[in-house]
Design a protein around this ligand. Structure first.
Ligand code: 13P
Length: 288
């Protein structure tokens, strides 16, 4: 199946009471692991690509070409969206031109009127081309690929203004943070999430910083309109741990254990297991 917009899969998820996993990718192995796991689970999936990860892989066009070719060569039939994660305005335009099927414009660091103006321009472009658009209100805490956020609580009134532009999904700060949560993290703010959910009238909401949020908080967030959950760091940690274990066991020094296809295999398998765990928790298995 060719790349699809995330609009239909998220509307279906919001109506069905589950969420679609957005998994950030870093290279070919990562992409293949996510695609084959989603296919095995018969689940829709969103491949998230930050500007930094795209640069690492060669550029937006390389990412599009690689993903399209994998969809075809691996016979992937579940819905897959290729989505820019936390893009600036120019990144969003570059991804639209390169063939992404979905973009996030993160204008949360601008004053709200400027965020709305820039989001509106991109909404028009995405609307014409049939791409889905994610907007953000209230910066997500922590740091991701050089993009820093202050960890604000979004204002439900501002959320409604942005949702009313006709974006397809809305990321709103509710105390969530990119990367590992500190031991004294007070948890997601369900009071604010509930108010945002009410204000935006059923618009699919996006929960960033999926790494390390306790399962019961994830399930509760889904009941309050979260239809897309972003996970990045947890897959990186799973990859790191498995790769470290392989090297520390000395397996890379046995026979052809140095072959990159062998060296990267445990990390690859660890990503597959992590993605399956998330798809199962989010409730999207069997919903393709
Ligand atoms: P984590 O790295 O905390 O999982 O967050 C991912 C994310 O929100 C990507 O936008």
């Amino acid at each position: 199946m060719p790349l699809v917009s995330a609009k239909a899969m998220l509307e279906k998820a919001a109506a069905g009471g589950y969420a679609v996993a957005h998994i950030n990718i870093n290279n070919l192995e990562w992409t293949k692991a996510v695609l084959l796991t989603a296919q095995k689970a018969n689940s829709p999936v969103i491949l998230g690509v930050s500007a930094g990860a795209a640069k690492y892989m060669g550029g937006y066009k390389t990412v599009v070409a690689m993903t399209r070719a994998l969809l075809e060569d691996l016979n992937i039939s579940v819905p897959v969206a290729l989505h820019l994660d936390h893009g600036g305005f120019d990144d969003a335009v570059a991804c639209i031109n390169a063939g992404f099927s979905s973009v996030m414009f993160d204008g949360s660091h601008y004053p709200i009127d400027e965020n709305i103006e820039k989001t509106r321009i991109l909404r028009d472009a995405c609307g014409v081309l049939g791409l889905s658009l994610e907007a953000e209100v209230g910066a997500i805490g922590g740091e991701e690929d050089g993009v820093l956020g202050g960890g604000e609580l979004a204002d439900p009134v501002e959320c409604k203004r942005v949702a009313d532009l006709g974006v397809d999904m809305l990321a709103a700060g509710i105390g969530n943070i990119h990367g590992k949560y500190p031991a004294n993290w007070p948890g997601l703010n369900f009071d604010v999430l509930g108010k945002i959910h009410e204000a935006v009238g059923g618009k699919p909401l996006v929960l960033h910083g999926g790494t390390g949020i306790p399962d019961e908080m994830v399930r509760r967030a889904i009941t309050l309109g979260v239809a897309k959950i972003n996970v990045n760091t947890e897959c990186q940690l799973a990859f790191q741990e498995a790769t470290r274990a392989y090297i520390e066991s000395g397996a890379d020094q046995n026979g052809k254990g140095f072959d990159p296809r062998k060296l990267l295999a445990p990390g690859y398998e660890a990503i597959c297991a992590k993605v399956l765990e998330k798809i199962t928790l989010f409730g999207s298995a069997g919903k393709a």
